[in-house]
Design a protein around this ligand. Structure first.
Ligand code: HEC
Ligand code: HEC
Ligand code: HEC
Length: 383
């Protein structure tokens, strides 16, 4: 039974999964979950789609079966906390983003796109040896039959936004997309390609069949134009955009739709390390929520530096609960590193710059939250 890239074919596996989900529902998560863990697997709540009737439109189907989780409104409110209660990604630009053939197939046989689920902090348990994905996370996306998939695809294909312009690059980039993606820009901290990379962002193994290439380039240039997402916005040069588009659009599909690779299996085993998670004492408020949405991906739900992506990073994220480490850093330094990234204080580029997503006032609140987590005060005489 798997979470990652499990094809949705009705098989013994699915019945087993359903059984386990039932047990979990009846007897609870074997280990304690922190308060944000979703108790109900999302997709169980999905309504049954009525049989396709003569003349029934894709739009009507969408309203009935999909709109409860997927918005078609352009989200111009950039506050990160608008994500807090969201059930699924926005599909307002589905027609600019997906290839029709992919969409039609995926709706019939959905496989997980985000290895750790949508908004991973909701599925994360805190263990002694790091965060892991809740074993209650077994939800499968609802599947529809071919005729419905066709109508829904026709409808979603009309949901388009004009491409935001990105700097033109003429010629063939001489740089290597993989290196810029993983090492220089640190995208691999959260995104998985093949057996490398973090798990909180969408995996890119099926990118070549899933995306329209222009959309991909445009998204990498300015993700917040498309949606509010828990991803840093990085300054990406035009040659990097082209090289990374080429890299991500390489055909890797067979790995996704075929047998699970050994690497996928071992990654999942790593995520499922069965150590008793501990409860985290919760602190109410905005800063904590922002921390959960954006920072816990690497720094961990409890701030101990052992987030879901941490074991895939070349540089360990700072342990924000360590008084020993945190008392050396001034508030001014913390503000700067959060706003402008690790590079601004001669630390690793794997600590992204969040200034484009998180407002100064919230960064100040995050600094205060870090003081709370580490039980330290602003060190005097340090900058
Ligand atoms: C109960 C909530 C729920 C319902 C109902 C639902 N979805 Fe989803 N959908 C999700 C979640 C969560 C994801 C993210 C899955 C992942 O990352 O693997 C998703 C992913 C998708 C994606 C891929 C989007 C992306 O950016 O990764 C498409 C397309 C999609 N859904 C279409 C539909 C359609 C069409 C319907 C109605 C027939 C529908 N969904 C019903 C929750 C839902
Ligand atoms: C801190 C983790 C993180 C980093 C670093 C990061 N991303 Fe993301 N990215 C995400 C998350 C999370 C999403 C999914 C948002 C959603 O739909 O919920 C995402 C979405 C995306 C998408 C859209 C995929 C889709 O199907 O909707 C692309 C493309 C992308 N990122 C590319 C990049 C590139 C290129 C970089 C480096 C310049 C990068 N990301 C760095 C976390 C990250
Ligand atoms: C993609 C993974 C990732 C995400 C997401 C992330 N960080 Fe970091 N962070 C790191 C890494 C790696 C380091 C260690 C850098 C080093 O020591 O060179 C770090 C270091 C730090 C430091 C210590 C800087 C220093 O000078 O020692 C602070 C403070 C920090 N992060 C805050 C945050 C906050 C707040 C967020 C959310 C808004 C966040 N981080 C999100 C990876 C991440």
């Amino acid at each position: 039974m798997s979470v990652i890239n499990d094809p949705l074919t009705p098989s013994v596996k699915c019945y087993l999964a359903a059984l386990v989900a039932m047990f979990t529902a009846l007897f609870g998560e074997p280990a304690e979950a922190h308060e944000n863990v979703q108790e109900e697997p999302l997709v169980q709540a999905a309504p049954e789609l009525k049989p396709a009737e003569e003349g029934r439109s894709g739009e009507a189907m969408f309203k009935q079966a999909c709109a409860s989780c997927h918005s078609l409104e352009y989200d111009s409110n950039r506050d990160l906390l608008t994500l807090w209660d969201r059930k699924g990604p926005s599909l307002v630009s589905a027609g600019s983003k997906y290839r029709d053939e992919w969409l039609q197939d995926w709706l019939q046989e959905p496989v997980a796109i985000r290895p750790a689920g949508y908004l991973a902090y909701r599925r994360t348990l805190v263990g002694d040896d790091g965060d892991k994905i809740s074993t209650a996370f077994k939800d499968k996306h609802l599947a529809v039959d071919e005729s419905k998939a066709r109508l829904l695809t026709d409808f979603l294909a009309q949901q388009q936004l004009p491409l935001n312009p990105y700097p033109a690059f003429n010629g063939t980039p001489v740089i290597k997309g993989a290196i810029h993606f993983n090492k220089i820009l640190g995208c691999g901290s959260c995104h998985r390609v093949g057996d490398k990379g973090g798990v909180t962002g969408p995996g890119f193994d099926s990118a070549s069949s899933r995306y329209q290439a222009q959309w991909l380039t445009s998204y990498m240039q300015d993700p917040y134009y498309w949606d509010t997402v828990p991803m840093p916005k990085l300054r990406v040069r035009s040659d990097q955009l082209v090289a990374m588009t080429d890299y991500l659009m390489l055909d890797r599909d067979s790995a996704l739709f075929g047998e699970e690779s050994a690497a996928q299996v071992s990654m999942r085993e790593k995520l499922y390390r069965d150590k008793p998670p501990q409860d985290v004492s919760s602190i109410e408020g905005r800063a904590e929520k922002i921390y959960q949405i954006a920072c816990s991906q690497c720094h961990g739900i409890s701030g101990d530096g052992l987030g879901l992506n941490s074991s895939f990073l070349a540089q360990e994220p700072r342990n924000h609960t360590s008084a020993k480490e945190m008392k050396k850093l001034s508030n001014e330094h913390l503000f700067k590193v959060i706003k402008f990234g690790g590079v601004s204080v001669d630390k690793s580029t794997l600590m992204p710059a969040w200034g484009a997503l998180i407002k100064d006032k919230d960064i100040e609140a995050l600094v205060a939250y870090l003081r709370q987590l580490s039980q330290t005060e602003n060190p005097k005489g340090r900058r």
